[in-house]
Design a protein around this ligand. Sequence first.
Ligand SMILES: Cc1ncc(COP(=O)(O)O)c(C=O)c1O
Length: 400
Amino acid sequence: MPDNNTKAPETRRVYIDYNATTPLKPEVKAAMIADMEVYGNASSMHASGRLAHARVEQARNAVEKLLGAAAGTVVFTSGGSESNNTVFQTMRSLASNPDGSPLPSGRNEFIITAIEHPCVLNSALYLQSLGFKVTFLSVDEYGKIKIDELKKALSDKTLLVSIMAANNEIGTVQDIKTITALAKAAGAWMHTDAVQAVGKIPLNVEDLGVDYLTMSAHKIYGPKGTGGLYIKKGAPLFPLIHGGHQEDGLRAGTYNNLGILGLGKAAAIAAGELEKYGREISALRNRLRDGLTAAIPNIKINGHPIDVLPNTLNVSFPGAEGEAILLSMDIKGIEASTGSACASGSLEPSHVLLAIGVGPELAHGSIRFSLGWGITAEDIDYIIGTLPPIIARLRAMSSL
Ligand SMILES: Cc1ncc(COP(=O)(O)O)c(C=O)c1O
């Protein structure tokens, strides 16, 4: 974990960008290092293979426990992007002619929201480019979908509803249980991208009733490049990657033993720490929110005030430019983000902030702070003390 507090003030680094990625938990790192000796191919019959296979299945068990999922319902993937793409391509296969064009009748329509992560948005836009109808639900000023709009959009043509459990930029949490009930009543398949929600808020796939749920290891202190897809028993799934018969033929490729073991370890730890995480991380987030609100005039907090991830704080600073704030903070050792890591470097204002009604100019002056294990109250106070002169200087420059 980042060791922020032993650093001298001028070299202090406060990593507060945990929605972009998390460091490995020390226990995860130790387990992975120990497992580097386990080199067998998990599909081999011999003892080395059986040992690797046992580790993979232990990890699956831990992930299924974290999600409240039945045994054998989680498939390992290379991460959230692959899991989400697999669901969309499965639906495409279900609703396509052999030439790839949408079937003219039957269920061939998709419903997503305007604030999905790019890997869902672009999967849907790709299907739209092939001729499939996609409805992009709007959200209110807090980032919540409007249930009436969903009801109106659902029909006997709806094939898939895909709505994220929690937003990566503003942290708003959707009511997936209610949304799923409506989607299922309309006869559609229901998927949720829960990459940001898993390990941060309680989630149980049986209780939610979803058909598919996406998660990723590197958001829960596990390794990058490993993730999972929950598939309810009976829900269709076609492989995105064809090859050997790993994962019951649902995801080919030699098992990424090390990544999977790390994911399993991270999932087991997250399950045991969920309550503590909610309590301790939200207290630190609230300290940051209240401290910034008191120290800097005229700021706007984005996201839902209650239905929000415990770790996320998105703040708009009118009159200051986001990239300039980031760079100034970086010089002082504070590492945050202007939006999702996938969108940073883009000059486009955040599609999430635009969708909740933040204007383009203000969207450009918004910062996402996302907290996690390793952040201390001293780190938060350091940010609260460091940011006001930065904002004051940038505002003065912009008014010149
Ligand atoms: C909501 C959400 N979905 C999907 C992803 C993609 O996950 P991965 O990086 O594992 O491909 C991310 C990562 O930022 C995310 O925040």
